[in-house]
Design a protein around this ligand. Structure first.
Ligand SMILES: [Fe+2]
Length: 353
């Protein structure tokens, strides 16, 4: 019996929480999607796929890339063509096609004129998947889209298309099917999650690609955080601290970068690391834990160099252009100085220089 793993691509390059009607519009993965692709490959490391097939759209090709085999592109696995709605945000669709949009509540298969109905998607993707199986040997992975996987599973599980929407997997969700001359209707589905080790965090940082300077800064902060943690008399979770420090500025290019980076990590299933990343910029008080150490380490490193608290804060003050920013800056400096004193006292010597 052969295994067929259907995989939905990762999060495309639009903000977390945005609702975009993405059909044939060829949007690449965003930083979160690229990190999801890395986690997916890590979670599927125990599988050995003879062939990886992919929709030709770039978000699927990028998701397939870390699986290790150059994917074979199958045009018939492309996403449903959404016609005039394709690539638009749903808030715009609602404003421009209010009646059609409202009917979607009771008519789940409704598409605008010029779009491809889901029944037609189903007619092209079933033979396409069967061809993938016939033209390969052993286990295979197929990276495709929500509507494509929905249409395939509706057929395999004999569920009417009208009721098939819950079959759409989340981003990088996997569905394993068995092939024995036909597809077995018993499916096993899961969202990939691999333990967050420092090695994986390094791969995730490179996938997020905040830029070489930011990446070098993250590595220097991780080194400094570990140095402080090892000097403390209490035992901290070094693996967690190391991974979170490597990822603390993964979202540096985004607005509210600490909250954004934390949201990405939560989306990936890394809640404890997310909690540290969320507080790395603006820690105010609390125990001498991993969050405190990450905050302080970040405040000692400029670019990839340890410059110390006062020099780091003097430099960042020059970038504060509003009274509000200056007040926040002063608050962070006060918190950092107090934390330095607490850590030095706990260690019995000046650890933070
Ligand atoms: Fe930083």
């Amino acid at each position: 019996m052969r295994k067929v793993c259907l995989i939905r691509h990762g999060h495309p390059a639009f903000p977390l929480g945005a609702h975009v009607c993405l059909g044939r519009t060829d949007t690449p993965l965003g930083p979160l999607g690229r990190m999801q692709a890395v986690t997916l490959a890590e979670a599927l490391r125990g599988e050995s796929f003879d062939t990886v097939f992919s929709s030709p759209l770039v978000r699927c090709r990028e998701t397939a890339a870390p699986l290790g085999k150059g994917p074979r592109l199958v045009d018939a696995l492309a996403e449903q063509d959404m016609g005039p709605w394709d690539g638009l945000d749903f808030s715009e669709i609602r404003a421009r096609w209010p009646e059609l949009y409202a009917r979607r509540a009771s008519e789940p298969l409704l598409v605008p004129p010029g779009a491809e109905p889901l029944a037609e998607v189903q007619r092209r993707v079933i033979p396409a998947l069967e061809r993938c199986v016939r033209e390969s040997e052993g286990d295979i992975a197929v990276v495709a889209h929500a509507s494509v996987i929905q249409a395939l599973l509706a057929d395999i599980e004999r569920i009417p298309l009208e009721e098939s929407r819950p079959l759409r997997p989340p981003y990088t969700g996997c569905v394993f099917l068995a092939w024995n001359g036909g597809f077995s209707p018993e499916v096993h589905s899961f969202s990939p999650c691999a333990p967050l080790t420092p090695t994986l965090a390094e791969k995730l940082l490179r996938a997020a690609a905040p830029g070489e300077r930011v990446e070098a800064h993250c590595r220097a902060v991780a080194k400094e955080a570990l140095r402080i943690a090892r000097a403390l008399p209490s035992t901290l979770d070094e693996k967690l601290l190391h991974a979170a420090a490597l990822l603390h500025d993964a979202a540096r290019g985004e607005a509210q970068h600490a909250a954004c980076g934390a949201a990405w990590l939560r989306e990936l299933g890394y809640g404890p690391a997310a909690a540290l990343v969320e507080r790395h910029h603006d820690w105010e008080s609390g125990p001498l834990d991993e969050a405190a150490v990450l905050f302080l380490a970040d405040k000692l490193i400029r670019e990839d160099e340890r410059v110390g608290l006062e020099a780091r804060f003097a430099e960042s003050e020059s970038r504060c252009t509003t009274a509000e920013a200056r007040a926040a800056h002063a608050r962070r400096l006060k918190a950092a100085r107090e934390l330095k004193n607490r850590i030095d006292t706990a260690c019995g010597y000046e650890v933070v220089v």
